[in-house]
Design a protein around this ligand. Sequence first.
Ligand SMILES: Nc1nc2c(ncn2[C@@H]2O[C@H](COP(=O)(O)OP(=O)(O)OP(=O)(O)O)[C@@H](O)[C@H]2O)c(=O)[nH]1
Ligand SMILES: [Mg+2]
Length: 238
Amino acid sequence: MEGGGHTTPRARSNTNGGAPKELPAAQKKEFLYKILVVGNMGTGKTSIIKRYCDNEFSDNYKSTIGVDFALKSLEWGHNSMVHLQLWDIAGQERYGNLTRVYYRDAVGGFVVLDLGRPLQESLDIVKKWKGDIDSKIRLWNGDALPVVLLANKVDLLGDKKADERTLEEFAKENGFIGWFATSAKENLHVEKAMTFLINHIIHNYQNGPQPENTDSMHLTLDEKEIRKYEDDGGGCSC
Ligand SMILES: Nc1nc2c(ncn2[C@@H]2O[C@H](COP(=O)(O)OP(=O)(O)OP(=O)(O)O)[C@@H](O)[C@H]2O)c(=O)[nH]1
Ligand SMILES: [Mg+2]
């Protein structure tokens, strides 16, 4: 299995035979993708999102309560804009009943583990998160959601390397589309992992319904749904 280095999506072919022409922003195709970021408490989910969206990092740990959202817009090829809605789901949430609501309409995800902790224990937990996603959400065609494993805090290993063989085998056996050793702190492989997943999502939707031009509809619907659950006293483990 490969952990990155994938091609960027092809620009749509142009008819004049020259270099692809950039469209004015207003004419670009827009795609909105909801992506889940899950994993146990303190593994670095919020830090990875913050690094990717704002290129910032803090050593202070402020645990996410419930769910948080981040948006990132990217120019993709010459003719497209991709808007990512990153759902930062608190580590404690797997023990609540809300993940099914949070997962709705997602088209991809990351499960994050902390390389500073014992690897085998972390992999057992990751397995549970992957199982939670697979049992609660499928793609439009019934396929499993594309999910990438992020072995985060690789900086903590110093000169040692992550146990690549174990991670590779684990990722393959558990249906991850790939894995990356990342560091939100030192900005290692965070962008590469995101690009890898986006490429995969775009490839999936080439043969199916494109969730394009969907503005903030999903976010609004899900927020309403979450509030309803919370009002009903359902599943909040905080
Ligand atoms: N050394 C190191 N520390 C990191 C890295 N990523 C995150 N941290 C630290 O780990 C702690 C937890 O990070 P968060 O991003 O808040 O973790 P989280 O997964 O969002 O945690 P919850 O919201 O509780 O589920 C913080 O103190 C971060 O500074 C990393 O790549 N390297
Ligand atoms: Mg968090």
